[in-house]
Write a protein that binds this ligand. Structure first.
Ligand SMILES: NC(=O)c1ccc[n+]([C@@H]2O[C@H](COP(=O)([O-])OP(=O)(O)OC[C@H]3O[C@@H](n4cnc5c(N)ncnc54)[C@H](OP(=O)(O)O)[C@@H]3O)[C@@H](O)[C@H]2O)c1
Length: 332
């Protein structure tokens, strides 16, 4: 089969080439992919390539059709249209995964290939209202966003959520889901056109990430500040995000695209009963609940652009330039 294989350093190290056809073992399903989506994780993988590493297929998100089932599977059918949960080995009952947890797409071969093998427990029926391209745009981003907002962020309807850097795939999912959950959403982006799109996605207010935005958030909330901030930018927006957080506010962080090291003043933090909470991905129960919510509300994740598979390296470069609004998808 053809696959986008990481076999060298940087984005140039991701090359389209022939790769051995995968076969399902016991409890596994072979999915023939119809669409896959990119994540910032694919860029980190390219940037983090170490000399002597094993080549492998990129991609965490995918939707397609079950082509073959390994032994011992009774609850799936060949031919079913499915979407893949990329949280490997994190069952529904576990609040946190064990050391066997992995995200699909290196070291386990991922979805940027004509076919992928995953545990059948990671295969879910594709929401009927979504195309394969739209369904492929959901898994990693919407799962992370769901856990950040609901499980960890304990969002209640009517609360105000601030989402900095919201032009990105996962942050845009936060905006869309938070709005559908009945929250009041304030988003930021560095790009004026993306700010307009964020309003159409459910943000009541869209501010510039590159300018001080905390005072604007305070003004919009009658001085109270945000109940919940969902951070993924890190250093560039951290100071304003903390300043925008209200009394008893929760700041949930799942990423630090713009830099890891931050400083903040502890005194106003503890005198305001605030908390900072880290999260990553989500378990199988959260994936199922998120999918059911998306289906019930007929949400369609924002797809920025669909590249044909033979242009997958260009799709990666497009994501690397931060040109996208929402998800960058590759169609087979
Ligand atoms: N822990 C987890 O489970 C998990 C899951 C998903 C993602 N992540 C992490 O979360 C981050 C976002 O992932 P993604 O796939 O959604 O990425 P993405 O689609 O590439 O989006 C990143 C967005 O962050 C904003 N941004 C980047 N650099 C910035 C800067 N210097 N200043 C202000 N804003 C900046 C941009 O928004 P604008 O263009 O709107 O300005 C950009 O579009 C990544 O670091 C990723 O590794 C972690």
């Amino acid at each position: 089969m053809r696959a986008l294989v990481l076999e060298g350093a940087g984005l140039e190290g991701a090359r389209l080439r022939d790769w051995p056809d995968p076969r399902p073992g016991p409890g596994e399903a072979l999915i023939r992919l119809r669409a896959a989506a990119l994540n910032h994780r694919d860029l980190w993988a390219c940037r983090g390539w170490k000399e002597g590493a094993q080549p492998g297929v990129l991609g965490s998100d995918g939707a397609g059709v079950i082509a073959e089932l390994g032994s011992g599977i009774s609850d799936s059918t060949v031919g079913a249209e499915v979407v893949i949960n990329p949280s490997l080995h994190w069952p529904a009952h576990q609040p946190f995964p064990g050391p066997e947890f992995e995200i699909l797409g290196r070291p386990t071969d991922g979805t940027l290939a004509e076919a992928v093998v995953v545990p059948s427990a990671n295969v879910f029926r594709k929401p009927a209202h979504l195309s394969f391209e739209e369904a492929a745009a959901l898994p990693l981003s919407a799962l992370t966003a769901w856990r950040a907002l609901v499980t960890v962020g304990r969002l209640s309807p009517g609360e105000t959520v601030l989402v900095p850097g919201a032009g990105g795939g996962t942050a845009a999912a936060c905006v869309q889901l938070a709005h559908a959950l009945g929250a009041r959403v304030i988003a930021t982006s560095r790009d004026a056109a993306k700010r307009e799109k964020l309003k159409r996605l459910g943000a009541e207010l869209a501010l510039d990430s590159a300018a001080p935005f905390a005072d604007e958030v305070r003004k919009a909330t009658g001085g109270a500040g945000a109940d919940l901030v969902i951070e993924s930018v890190g250093r560039p927006t951290w100071g304003e995000s903390i300043k925008a957080l209200g009394r008893g506010g929760r700041l949930v962080i799942y990423g630090s695209t713009g830099g890891d090291a931050v400083e903040f003043n502890l005194v106003p933090f503890f005198l305001s009963w605030q908390s900072v909470l880290g999260t990553t991905m989500g378990n199988a129960g959260e994936f199922a609940t998120m999918l059911a919510f998306v289906e019930r509300h007929r949400l369609v994740p924002p797809v920025d652009r669909i590249f044909p598979f033979d242009q997958a390296p260009e799709a990666l470069r497009h994501l690397n330039r931060s040109e996208q609004f929402g998800k960058v998808v590759v169609a087979f």
